[in-house]
Design a protein around this ligand. Sequence first.
Ligand SMILES: O=P(O)(O)OC[C@H]1O[C@H](O)[C@H](O)[C@@H](O)[C@@H]1O
Length: 289
Amino acid sequence: MTHWKKLVNSVEIETGVYQGNLDTGLPVVFAKTEHGELWISLFGGQVLSYIPKDGLERFWLSQNSKLDQIAPIRGGVPICWPWFGAREGGPNHGFARTASWKLDQVKVGITSTRITLVLSDEVFRPSYWPEGYELQLDVELGQQLTLTLTCHNCGLSPWSFSAALHSYFRVDNTTETMICGAGTRYHDKLIGQTSIGQAQFAPVPPLDRIYTHPDDTIEIKVNQACSWNLEQQGHDASVIWHPGPKMPSDMSQMDADQMLCVETAALGAQQSGIILVPGEAYQLIQRIR
Ligand SMILES: O=P(O)(O)OC[C@H]1O[C@H](O)[C@H](O)[C@@H](O)[C@@H]1O
């Protein structure tokens, strides 16, 4: 779906990089370079679309997503932080995906363009997360797209977090897609137990799996002729999700068959979180080709 790709009030802030709004008011950054096109929402610090030189959209964005700066955006690459999944007293997948990030810097280099967004406790410190933190998201558009999420502990005491780059990939047809590199061992969230599957498989929705020994590269074969490659760093798990027919209200049967979430996650041992001490930083990286 591309009907949302209209930029209003736009200003070119660096060569080929524009800041503006969608007609829903959503603040966005749009980049068009020799390497392709990229849309990023400042709400959620979320990449919404990436079309490299081959002209093929890598990310799925729900036709039903409101893009209203209130609800999480269903598509692209939401950032789950400071936790992945549910936690009592706070929103599912944490607050980073519904917070307003700031555009910090744009660097146009010889081989790539890097757009940096930040979110920190100075701007958003909810009562259920009173910790000192700064998040930095570097989105680098070069021969591939690289997303680097850096989490800093700027507080005075250690805290525990988990995180995911919750990428929604655009595929031709979910059930005809082949996944390779996720590993074989996973926690099946639908039945609440560990299972062992095939190293290469076609995802049949509904599925909600936390793969605990993924490779550094997962191949998503979208059809006979093409594959998306997802390289990961800093992760200890990869999540594969599709809700199947009982989908959330911001998804529709119309385009749900073209979606598959393959997510890069840092969850800690037995999904118990990762401890970050004051002054330390943690990086989670995705590279998409
Ligand atoms: O609906 P959301 O809060 O965006 O969550 C969407 C999905 O995210 C992940 O993939 C989880 O593993 C799923 O359990 C969850 O349903």
